[in-house]
Design a binder for this molecule. Structure first.
Ligand code: ACO
Ligand code: ZN
Length: 286
């Protein structure tokens, strides 16, 4: 039986506590109906189990041994790690993660069947453990060549460059797979903004790595696609949005204006974090 919230999709939780943070959910998520009556829902930051009674949460915390997401650590660089989880194997964690992320995702239906997905959870590590910053999910096999199904930076960590890190990581995995990938559609407004920013940067970064001007204007979409793992379609859209395609003697040529390059240098200076591909220890799912 579906409860009334699920039908009307009214936001059902008023506040959630996770680790040292309290956040206000954005959207409905199918937590048990009795959670709606609670003014604060407690989420264990390590196993993501949720409780609507403080006493039950405290009892859980005194017993919970987990200090990092269950699954394999496939990346570590300074204080940032990625853990790979299999929806079929780490089922309870992935279910809780799905419920938590639905609080901040409106346009996605929650998949109840986690088996076809892998989850990449990014953490920041200190002496207490590996604290979740965000994650993305990815189909084990995607017919549409999607390299990412769902992405979330927890709201308390947004706008600090972590979304960019998650996106970069998804493309680094595609490079290892020797495939081009694109995120599952539709994208949310925030998803689109973040992807546009990433694509522009990755493409301009690659073009600037070609030192000779002639090589830059002669670069083909296929060549950029091979270097970045971004799909040709996303590349053409991005170059077009950047105003980097000029129609000249009956064909499109690439032209990076000084304004584009300056914009790029300005944004890349802001980056607090990037993924170092040499720290990834990963083999594609088979
Ligand atoms: N307003 C304007 N620009 C933004 C915003 C915003 N609120 N958020 C991101 N951007 C753009 C900016 O260009 C930003 O770069 P800047 O900060 O240097 O200007 C760039 O995106 C990257 O920002 P990050 O800090 O790296 O991104 P963040 O960690 O905030 O994560 C994300 C982005 C994952 C989309 C986050 O907003 C989120 O979790 N939203 C809720 C869930 C969601 O909508 N997910 C995407 C659904 S689509 C899909 O899953 C396939
Ligand atoms: Zn726990």
């Amino acid at each position: 039986t579906q409860n009334i919230h699920e039908i009307s999709r009214v936001k059902n939780l008023s506040r959630v506590q996770i680790g040292q943070y309290e956040v206000e959910p954005w959207y409905f998520s199918p937590y048990p109906p009795e959670f709606s009556d609670s003014s604060l829902v407690y989420i264990c930051e390590f196993c993501l189990c949720a409780y609507h009674k403080e006493i039950c949460f405290r009892r859980h915390r005194s017993k919970c041994k987990l200090r990092h997401p269950p699954g394999k650590e496939i990346y570590r660089n300074k204080d940032i790690s990625f853990f790979e989880l299999d929806g079929r194997i780490q089922k309870p964690y992935c279910r809780w993660l799905g419920l938590l992320s639905k609080l901040f995702l409106d346009h996605k239906t929650l998949y109840y069947d986690m088996d076809p997905f892998l989850f990449y959870v990014m953490t920041q590590n200190d002496e207490y453990g590996c604290h979740i910053l965000g994650y993305f999910s990815k189909e084990k096999e995607s017919l549409e060549n999607y390299n990412l199904a769902c992405i979330l930076t927890l709201p308390q960590h947004q706008r600090k460059g972590y979304g960019r890190l998650l996106i970069q990581f998804s493309y680094e995995l595609s490079k290892i797979e020797k495939k081009n990938g694109s995120p599952e559609k539709p994208l949310s407004d925030l998803g689109l903004l973040s992807y546009r920013a990433y694509w522009s940067e990755a493409i301009v970064d690659y073009l600037l790595s070609l030192k000779r001007m002639d090589d830059r204007s002669a670069a083909s979409v296929e060549q950029i696609a091979a270097a970045t793992a971004i799909t040709p379609l996303d590349i053409v859209h991005t170059l077009n949005t950047l105003g980097a395609l000029k129609y000249y003697r009956n064909e499109f040529v690439l032209h990076l204006s000084d304004a584009i390059i300056e914009g790029f240098i300005r944004t890349s200076k802001k980056h607090r974090h990037v993924i170092d591909p040499s720290c990834i220890q990963w083999t594609p799912y088979s």
